[in-house]
Design a protein around this ligand. Structure first.
Ligand SMILES: [Zn+2]
Length: 319
């Protein structure tokens, strides 16, 4: 139902053409071939949509490893999870899909830590690929779930109150109770480590970029874990009645991201910061390849440019 209604919304002309029930038997060949080509487009659109929602890389295992200090990568190839270890238990960023939870657990245990020691669960933002497994992780570990204020209604409704995907059944998940509501600039502390929650809204209303400091071989690094700067296909930046301030929120995000000091550049998906390219460099024993301040700057410049292009494209259409 989600995909069909999405198609009806995104391409109403095609939708109505295909719904016409009086075309049979009497149509000339030209119209029949037109209908066939439209059917092909429909099939491709549905296939594309299904693929987008079930990217095989999301559940493809990736070797867990220490990034720096007490910060570890425990995610899959396509979805990033971070474990922050402390003497008083551990913090986990992102829960991914429910199908990812056993992978996350296996990664944590492989590094020699206990999944059950997860005391705090955090997310990058309230989209199913980062938070659908949260209910399961809470049940398995008893972790306290801490979420940015504006994403709390989405998390607690299992995705139903999301401004863009709320009526898309494929993106919904188990509603999950939030134990602590976070606000911009709040600190999450455990066992001597501090994570700071920065509100970087637009992609979701409560999209969160996490920062922390890690010390590795005597050096201290500023870590930035980007929430998401993406303008997804179908996002309305102009005249969005369910998120009127969306464009202003993206503007706020660019300001915040540019203001954060960054040595170690990370994010909600490995593709943001080149996980697959940087991982082998680490194995060869070179300097920490995730120290990449210029990669961080370039990423923001590129993403902001994409946003401005899309905003300019939508503006004349709204007049
Ligand atoms: Zn997202």
């Amino acid at each position: 139902m989600g995909i069909v209604s999405e198609l009806a919304m995104s391409c109403p002309e095609l939708w109505y053409a295909l719904r016409a029930d009086d075309f049979a038997y009497t149509l000339p060949m030209r119209q029949i071939s037109l209908i066939i080509s439209r059917l092909l487009i429909l099939v491709l659109a549905i296939a594309g949509s299904v693929f987008a929602q079930a990217n095989p890389e999301w559940t493809e295992p990736f070797p867990p490893f220490r990034i720096a200090g007490n910060l570890y990568y425990v995610g899959s190839k396509g979805l990033a999870n971070y474990l922050v270890t402390t003497p008083q238990g551990n913090m986990l960023i992102n829960s991914d899909l429910e199908a990812n939870v056993p992978l996350i657990e296996a990664s944590i245990e492989k590094l020699g830590f206990k999944f059950k020691d997860t005391k705090i669960l955090l997310i990058s933002h309230a989209h199913w690929d980062h938070d659908a497994g949260s209910a399961m992780i809470k049940e398995l570990t008893g972790a306290a779930y801490m979420v940015m204020d504006a994403d709390v209604p989405v998390v607690e409704s299992g995705g139903k109150s999301d401004f863009a995907y709320g009526d898309n059944a494929a993106t919904l998940y188990r509603p999950t109770k939030v134990d602590r509501v976070l606000h911009d600039g709040d600190e999450v502390r455990l066992g001597g480590t501090v994570l700071v929650a920065h509100l970087t809204p637009g992609h979701t209303k409560g999209c969160t970029t996490w920062t922390m400091q890690v010390t590795d071989r005597g050096k201290t690094y500023n870590v930035v874990i980007v929430g998401s700067p993406n303008v997804n296909p179908g996002y309305k930046l102009v005249g969005n009645t369910s998120y009127p301030q969306i464009a202003e929120d993206y503007e706020r995000m660019w300001r915040v991201l540019k203001s954060l000091p960054c040595d170690i550049f990370l994010g909600a998906h490995g593709s943001y910061f080149g996980l697959e390219e940087k991982y082998p460099l680490r194995k060869e024993g070179s300097a920490i390849p995730f120290v990449d301040p210029s990669g961080y700057k370039n990423f923001i410049i590129q993403k902001e440019q994409d946003f401005r292009t899309e905003l300019a494209r939508q503006k004349p259409a709204a007049k």
